[in-house]
Design a protein around this ligand. Structure first.
Ligand code: BGC
Length: 742
């Protein structure tokens, strides 16, 4: 197979010269062609895309994953088109390819950037074997609404955590060299504010003040860009009245102007044409004009660019220079990916799929992502030697497809190891396993299966319930207005409880669920998200204590849906609630004066606390924090303060703990959140071990965008806390010296 004819002088020539030389040879139609990405998911794509490829009308494809078909598309583009420009081949490789890793939200619960990077690296290696050179991941939208189905694809609610994990995922997908085998171009999506869709309804309106965009929604994108992400996708939503695909403020002023992004901006699926549906434009031609003017380089799946861009230039409505900028970015990426040197994927040298390394990483990620929310009387870990029979109950206990979660185009249920299978293997023949699915699926009503489940529990030493939501209940366009356990699952828990055995609930879901109805009914509660191919073995190891749970919530768990949005980094308000202000709505006198219960920011029927706070997660050991210190009571702007505390493992087993640092800027020219995560470390401690955990905090890390949108650190008083959850009380105060008058 030959290198592309478009690659004129050899790889040593700087990419920019190659890009400009090629651009100079292109006709207007060929430029437009580079800006079009075509869906290739049906049949044999060379049959229906061949003619357009030969005519230079296609710059990219997506959704073709069969290596021979990809090679054939590349061959036509490279050998049979006038300029021989190879194709970008995109795919949603979101949390794994064939080896399915936990959902991104689950990966975020590991608070382990190195592991997130490994998950992305393995996904990239497997996908690259199919000829894919570009993934539409990571999704790095801050997500504070668990009703939103796509929260599953996110890294959760927090700016700092999501930014760290965004950078990790980008470096994992892209590797050190985009042209090396096994690297994919990554795509930071969806810019910006997609997670703030009204009432969590996917695609709905978003209204976010600029200062909040800059302080909350933009930072993960800046982190991805600093990590070198080569492509970016705008959100489907409108933001403050302007749909993101035609939003010049986002795509041109901020992204290019302020941040200097020189990669490719790809539309979301058909989102250029949707500018008309939003009501921003009157027709597809106007949509193409709005998108290209805003700075959108490549249209995915639609045909507004294909049909209208050339005539927009010919009529003078669009300057050809705008197209040149877009095409230069696309060509640059193709050079960086090494596609001009070798556009083909050698079918004889396919990378291994589901190899030992991939499966071990998937298992470790699933184990580190599970969050132990409750463990009364040390019911977990199970003591294998002392058990005779275990009841494994529930619709998610043996549901291989469901544990993979949303967005798993290329994973296979046949590869997944379920909890039922893994528990049987781990417990061995001495322990009897009594299985009862109890329900056809998570949404079923109570039925005869319940009696079977109760009987299985009664005849066992412990009942393990695998509950939650199927894969299809979260993800794109799968938002929910109620986020409790669907169907009759709460009733199932109550019935099984009546059997009188310890009850352990393992919940698999693509979002936080409102679990207040079962926390009192179960002895232990382990939240496993959708844990992927190796979910079963990871959960079995946790349940039997081969490993200790170490995940921490990347998102707040509300008591009830009416508390949403609820997140730890809220503002204090002028009337903050106090812990004693818990009211039982039934106790309020009918004719009581309005002021009788305290006038603060809480719900009469829910209080103000969530069910489980951000950062929370238990372990099989006891971690204790004490002795928080600041290296100096006062520092100057431009200096660092070291905040440290002692952490000891006072329990019986070695375990990992995610130590978290939070800060509050007590006085701000715009008010600051009550706490903000500013650092975290995952540490392993042996029983009896004590360590000092220290974080160096530079004053730049305390900067925020103020009223004039400039980013500044304002001197004054700060409070810092260290602990194993966002509600830690172990705090200390320090000052930043400086002039506060400006
Ligand atoms: C999603 C994107 C995705 C694209 C391509 C859209 O519906 O919003 O996140 O990358 O489809 O599959």
């Amino acid at each position: 197979m030959n290198a592309s004819r478009a690659y004129p002088s050899g790889p040593s020539e700087p990419i920019e010269q190659l890009v400009q030389a090629l651009l100079a040879r292109m006709t207007l139609a060929e430029k437009v062609g580079q800006m079009c990405q075509r869906n290739a998911s049906e049949g044999h794509p060379p049959d229906y895309l061949g003619a357009d490829l030969r005519a230079g009308q296609v710059g990219a494809v997506l959704n073709v994953v069969e290596v021979d078909a990809v090679n054939e598309l590349q061959r036509i583009a490279v050998e049979e088109s006038r300029l021989g420009i190879p194709l970008l081949v995109g795919r949603d490789v979101i949390h794994g390819f064939r080896t399915v890793m936990p959902l991104p939200l689950g990966q975020a619960a590991s608070w382990n950037p190195g592991l997130v990077r490994e998950c992305a690296r393995i996904a990239a290696r497997e996908a690259a074997g199919a000829g894919i050179n570009w993934t539409f991941a990571p999704m790095i939208d801050i997500a504070r609404d668990p009703r939103w189905g796509r929260i599953a694809e996110s890294f959760g609610e927090d700016v700092f955590l999501a930014s760290r994990l965004a950078a990790a995922a980008v470096t994992g997908f892209q590797g050190e060299d985009l042209a090396a085998p096994g690297s994919l171009a990554a795509c930071a999506k969806h810019f910006a504010g997609y997670g703030a869709a009204e009432s969590g309804r996917d695609y709905a309106t978003t209204s976010i003040p600029e200062v909040e965009l800059r302080n909350v929604y933009f930072p993960p994108f800046q982190a991805a860009i600093e990590a070198g992400v080569r492509t970016l996708m705008p959100s489907f939503c409108e933001l403050n009245g302007v749909p993101c695909s035609g939003n010049e403020f986002l795509l041109r002023d901020v992204l290019r102007g302020e941040w200097g992004f020189d990669g490719v901006v790809v539309s979301d699926w058909d989102s250029v044409r949707q500018l008309k549906v939003h009501g921003l434009t009157a027709d597809d031609r106007a949509s193409a004009l709005a998108a290209v003017t805003a700075g959108l380089d490549l249209e995915m799946a639609g045909d507004a660019y294909r049909n209208h861009l050339a005539s927009l230039v010919e009529s003078g409505a669009v300057e050809e220079g705008l197209l040149d900028q877009a095409v230069a970015g696309i060509l640059r990426l193709k050079f960086e990916l090494g596609l001009f040197e070798n556009p083909y994927t050698d079918p004889a040298r396919l990378p291994p799929l589901l190899d030992d390394e991939a499966l071990a990483t998937a298992k470790q990620a699933a184990a580190q992502s599970a969050v132990l929310l409750q463990n009364r009387n040390g019911v977990l870990p199970l003591k294998a030697g002392r058990l005779q029979a275990v009841a494994v109950i529930g619709p998610l206990a043996d549901a291989p497809h469901e544990q993979l979660g949303t967005w798993t185009f290329d994973g296979s249920a046949a590869d997944a190891v379920t909890p039922r299978q893994a528990i049987e293997a781990l417990a061995g023949p001495e322990v009897q396993l009594r299985f009862a699915a109890a329900m056809a699926n998570s949404r079923s009503s109570a039925g005869p299966g319940f009696d079977e489940a109760v009987a299985a529990a009664r005849d066992s030493d412990v009942a393990l319930l695998f509950l939650g939501e199927e894969a299809i209940l979260s993800g794109e366009a799968h938002s929910r207005a109620e986020i409790g356990l669907p169907g009759a699952q709460e009733e199932l828990v109550r019935r099984v409880r009546e059997a009188g055995r310890p009850v352990v609930a393992v919940v698999m879901a693509g979002r936080p669920l409102t679990l207040a109805g079962i926390v009192d009914q179960v002895d232990a509660l382990l939240f496993a998200w959708h844990p992927g191919t190796m979910g079963g073995p990871a959960l079995a190891e946790l349940l039997f204590g081969v490993q200790s749970p170490s995940g921490k919530l990347p998102v707040t768990f509300p008591r009830m849906v009416g508390q949403v949005p609820i997140y730890y980094s809220q503002k204090n308000t002028g009337k903050p609630p106090t812990p004693d202000q818990v009211v039982h709505i039934d106790d309020i006198d009918t004719h009581a004066p309005q002021t009788s219960i305290g006038m603060t920011a809480f719900h009469l029927d829910a209080g103000y606390r969530p069910l489980f706070p951000f950062g929370f997660g238990l372990s099989y050991t006891e971690f204790h924090y004490r002795d928080i210190r600041a290296s100096a009571p006062e520092i100057a702007l431009g200096e660092s303060v070291r905040i440290s505390a002692e952490l000891s493992n006072q329990g019986p087993v070695a375990a990992e703990e995610v130590v978290q640092l939070y800060v509050r800027d007590l006085v701000g020219s715009i008010t600051r959140p009550v706490r903000e995560l500013k650092g975290f470390k995952r540490l392993r401690l042996a029983p009896g071990q004590t360590v000092t955990v220290a974080f160096d905090l530079h004053t730049d890390e305390l900067a925020f965008h103020g009223r004039d949108m400039r980013r500044v650190t304002e001197p004054g008083e700060f409070r810092a806390w260290i602990g194993g959850s966002s509600d830690t009380e172990l705090g200390i105060t320090f000052h930043i010296r400086g002039d506060t008058s400006s």
